[in-house]
Write a protein that binds this ligand. Structure first.
Ligand SMILES: *Cc1c(COP(=O)(O)O)cnc(C)c1O
Length: 395
């Protein structure tokens, strides 16, 4: 199928949306599907819907759809909770796999929630684990034989810098460490193959490039050969082998279902399931080529017209995710001024203006249209207005 697939999305008139890396737009099919789920399934079937509409099987069914986008075999991915929770579950499992080691290795480009979850887990375990945070370019050298787990986010949320999953996983395994990938900015953004890279765990969210909607459930993958040995830290009833046996003692389900916790968010999951159908005929290599081309075009046009903006993303497209960031001292105000003119990006402290490029619904004309707006804001100092300097709660 040729990209873009604009007609499959609700894209507000007059808006150029370059923030699908934070919250993907609404796929058109979701509205009617959600209506039906509410009206027919919840409204009419009520409790029967767990069986007749297979709400119970939904986390695994949707997990398989996500699995196809990250190279995971059928039955190895499940859905639920939020990414922060899935990070906690995966991380605690990795520490149990390496009881003699105390180091969690991560990098300064990781999203803070992943680091916070590690800090909370360490404090809770009270076994003297250490969170070792190095610069992204130093991760390979920091993989030493005291590392229990490398917990790494493939794409840096601020700069878009990309880690190579295959070589980093191989190095982690060479030193006996477990590899945990966070694919928050990778799934749906570029080709990913967890099977070929051989990592033990992968997690990610689905409201960014997968367009599942605000609060859409997260995914978790565990390598099929190790999943049976995981003792889940969050041992909820839906991760039990027989939830409706109501046994007094926890007994984990056989496969990845043991990483389920409690009742899934059915309506959110339904929105996500519908959104994922968009990917049925998308070739990830085509998507990647289109993404790199859009980002290259954006960099070239911005640099030609906005000398005050400094590129902080890798210039080489093969080293970059599907976003481009520029640093500017007054980045917050500048982004507010750009947004006021219908081009939606976001701001990441302290000075980063971030733009996501999603070839599903962005094309070359959108890039030029966005650059026109940004150049106008920069050239005419439209950002230098008190109304753009008022900080909102969400940036
Ligand atoms: C977006 C993102 C999160 C967000 O976690 P939630 O629990 O879904 O709010 C966590 N980690 C990374 C790497 C992210 O990019």
């Amino acid at each position: 199928m040729t990209l873009p697939l604009k007609d499959q999305f609700v894209l507000p008139e007059g808006m150029i949306y370059l923030d699908g890396n934070s919250l993907g737009p609404l796929p058109k099919a979701v509205n009617a599907r959600l209506q039906a789920a509410v009206t027919d399934e919840w409204g009419q079937h009520l409790i029967k819907a767990w069986n007749v509409d297979d709400w119970m099987g939904q986390p695994m069914r949707v997990g398989n759809m996500v699995g196809r986008l990250i190279g995971a075999p059928e039955g190895s991915v499940t859905m639920g909770d939020t990414l922060s929770v899935k990070v906690y579950q995966a991380l605690s499992a990795t520490l149990e796999m390496r009881p003699d080691r105390k180091v969690i290795l991560s990098d300064s480009g990781n999203f803070p929630s992943d680091l916070y979850m590690a800090q909370g887990l360490i404090a809770h375990l009270g076994k003297g684990h250490e969170l070792r945070i190095v610069e992204p370019e130093d991760v390979m050298d920091a993989l030493t034989d005291d590392v229990a787990v490398a917990m790494i986010t493939q794409v840096d949320y601020r700069t878009g810098r990309l880690h190579d999953m295959a070589s980093m996983t191989a190095k982690a395994h060479d030193v006996g460490a477990v590899m945990l990938w966070d694919l928050a900015h990778s799934a749906g953004a570029l080709p990913v193959d967890v099977t070929t890279c051989g990592c033990e765990f992968a997690v990610g969210c689905t409201y960014k490039y997968l367009n599942g909607g605000p609060g859409a459930p997260a995914f978790i993958y565990a390598r099929p050969d190790i999943v049976g040995d995981i003792s889940p830290a969050l041992s909820g009833w839906l991760g039990h082998d027989a939830p409706f046996a109501f046994e007094p003692d926890y007994r984990p389900a056989m496969g990845i279902e043991r990483m389920r916790v409690g009742t899934p968010p059915v309506l959110q999951m339904t929105a996500l399931e519908t959104a994922l159908a968009v990917w049925d005929n998308v070739d990830m290599d085509d998507l990647r080529a289109a993404s790199v081309a859009l980002c290259d075009q954006f960099i070239e046009e911005i640099e030609a017209r906005c000398p005050d903006l400094t590129l902080v993303s890798p210039r080489d497209g093969t080293l970059r995710g599907s976003q481009v960031s520029f640093a500017f001292e007054h980045g917050y105000a500048a982004m507010q001024a750009v947004i006021a003119q219908g081009v939606i990006g976001d701001f990441r402290a302290p000075n980063i203006m971030r733009f996501g490029f999603t070839p599903l619904y962005i094309d070359a004309a959108d890039v030029t249209g966005a650059v026109d707006v940004i150049a106008n804001v920069m050239t005419n100092r439209l950002w230098d207005d008190p109304k753009f300097k008022q900080t909102s709660r969400v940036t």
